[in-house]
Ligand binder design. Sequence first.
Ligand SMILES: [Zn+2]
Length: 443
Amino acid sequence: MQPTPEFGLPPLRVGVAGPRPSQSGDQPGTVEFRYWTLAAALSGASALWAPFMPEGVGWHSTVGDTLAAVPDAGDDLNAFYDRRHLNFFHHTVAGVTVYSGESSDVSKHECGHAVLDALRPQLWDAASAESAALHEAFGDISALLSALQMESLRVAVLTETQGDLARSSRVSRLADQLAWAIRQVAPTAVEPDCLRNAANNFFYRDPVTLPSRAPAAELASEPHSFARVFSGAFLRALAGIFRQQQNRDPGGLAEAVVISARLLAAAVLAAPVVPGYFAQVAAHMVAADQELFGGEHGPALRSAFVATGILSTSGAVAVTPETVAPHAAAMVGTVHDGDDTLTSITIPGERYGLTEAFSVRAPAHTPRFAVTSAAADIGGVQPAGAEQAAAAFVEDLFRLGRVQVPEEHLTAAAVAVDGPTTKTHTLTRSDAGGLALTRLCFL
Ligand SMILES: [Zn+2]
């Protein structure tokens, strides 16, 4: 790969692979346009998160100092982060060639995966629908907040929503061009007007109880689908924090963007990886607000997480100065756990027609706050155990055709390992000799 020029802010330097073209590209579909659109989008995402990286923490070690984007890695309707690069693709649909790297939303989403991987590397291999969905939500939130760092967009969105940020707007609606292309081949896979919309009405359900896939109008445990519960809550929280600003103008909105980004970064750094991960991250945002802002935004955060069922009402009121105090040092966004690995569990190979059993990482940290998400009727829902959550996640991967299985591990009865679906996971021989399910990429 060509050496890449550097953009963005340390420690999150970004670059675009290939020779740097002249700055004259304003025509979509050209090499110049792709290059400079990517450079601008990734610089924006870098600038959003760089101020909240703990001392000494940068991109995952396999990425290096600069996260490089490959503007056109081949024919696909896709984009992914693989712990080395951000990869973007092109595909022609109905006579129109769509480049995923031409979408600021898509590139900022992918960059979000890399940022969260830097903050919380344990999530990479965690076999958990909720932690995978949080990764997708973090990508969507990166696109949302990064867009709002632009003054012109803040002005436009405040007009469009009449000051109520929780309404559907050009920033809540993600990636309309890629969505158009997907709609041509899979009409119910995306929203009518975008890929995903953070202004939504989804209410939390334990993903273990949800189907593996569903049309865009319904919730599934598939991570991009389930992510919408968290991004929906985050948009409501952002709207609430904005309402609290002294100046409800583009300047006040810029403040709300920085506050909400800081709280989310602090929360994902500290939140343990558990089956009820959304509730833990939400509680950690409330706790971080107590430590960083004296609890000033507690009402906005609690309302947003209760409205979406991510916190039960009893969970929301359980995060108090008294319960946070023993953990205060971990709440301010400066402590990085490194790569402490999650416990392995074993999944029988015959369940999927494989020659032998394989191990996966279960979301088995110890919860910090005694909070749960909401039940559909009253109170909280007891989350699935770590082993059940891991097994359900693996089941989803096979049902969705996401696992790449080397030929020698297949029996004639192997299920769902064929087809063109992009593989996110693979089975590899671990140092200890057994097979392990490991992640290849986040889409
Ligand atoms: Zn993603």
